[in-house]
Design a protein around this ligand. Sequence first.
Ligand code: FES
Length: 101
Amino acid sequence: MDDLEKQGRLAVSVNGVEVMLVLVEEKVHAINRYCPHAGQDLMEARLEGTSVVCSRHEGTFSLETGKFIDNGYVSPLLAKNIKDAMVHDISVEDGWIFIHN
Ligand code: FES
């Protein structure tokens, strides 16, 4: 938890799945690290509230649900081809972050 508090986001590997941890307003979110559209590293994405905006085509994903958010950043044609990202349930105990799924 200390590292996440210092850096704001962390990349971790859990059973072969690359996950990005993001701290937003004292809440930890876990989302697959690579964009479901074309694999861009979301460690380079910008944060907008509780969403991440992919640095490649600006697909926006909720950190709460993983849902793609069609906020007009991408063309309608491209938006049709962007799937939701996968998010993970986490818990924090004694300063450790546990990823459950
Ligand atoms: S690679 Fe992320 S939106 Fe296209």
